[in-house]
Unconditional design. Structure first.
Length: 221
């Protein structure tokens, strides 16, 4: 019973946090049995999958974080995930810087960011380096923003590379540790505790929806 609930919890958490159908397929992978069996390739797989999630967005990141916690523990799991995330974000940043503004504009990423307060900071050509760094940090914390696109957009701004990486690390750290810790605990909990966790995941997953639509509904009224 506990095993079934744990598997369901991973699937539910992955699908809610990623909002992607592919999350269920990755979460269906038996992380307790298969990933540890990869040996040294397990951490490499975690880093690679998180790298691809940050670079392309085709791999949902939440199942990777949950699997990292379940197989590698909180500390090592968080380290592997952050390495992959920072490498992916840096690669996207450098691609954006190399290909230029037109590459980003054609995909509509700049228009989406411009609608937010901190996105406006990032796109303002007169913004200071400190404010650009804060813009990247805050944008990564706002629900509903395309985090993969953010790295590409940041690449066409004046922000220094080290500032971009520092802001990205600071914003990703709490989210990463939280989901890795959830993955670590899911395989240890009993049925009652897992049900409580599921309810908590449902409540947390509702925050981005409320954040996104509440202002619009308030304005209409």
């Amino acid at each position: 019973m506990t095993r079934v609930l744990a598997t369901f919890a991973v699937c539910l958490a992955a699908s809610l946090f990623s909002g992607s159908a592919e999350a269920l397929e990755i979460a269906g992978f038996d992380v307790e049995r298969d990933l540890p069996g990869l040996g040294v390739w397990g951490p490499i797989a975690i880093i690679t999958l998180r790298f691809l999630a940050a670079l392309f967005g085709v791999v949902p990141s939440s199942p990777v974080l949950l699997a990292a916690g379940a197989t590698e523990g909180i500390v090592l799991g968080s380290i592997y995930v952050l390495i992959g995330a920072l490498l992916g974000a840096l690669t996207a940043f450098l691609i954006g810087r190399h290909l230029g503004r037109s590459f980003v504009e054609r995909r509509g990423w700049m228009d989406a960011l411009a609608k937010t307060k901190f996105g406006g900071w990032l796109l303002d050509e007169e913004t200071s380096q400190r404010r650009l760094m804060l813009a990247v940090f805050y944008c990564r914390l706002i629900p509903g923003i395309n985090l993969d696109a953010l790295s590409y957009v940041a690449g066409v701004t004046r922000i220094a590379t080290w500032r971009f990486l520092l802001a990205t690390f600071g914003a990703l750290l709490p989210y990463t540790v939280l989901l890795v810790a959830i993955g670590h605990q899911l395989v240890k909990l009993g049925p009652t505790e897992l049900i409580i966790v599921l309810l908590g995941i449902l409540l947390v997953s509702a925050i981005p929806v409320v954040w996104r639509y509440w202002p619009a509904r308030s304005a209409d009224s």
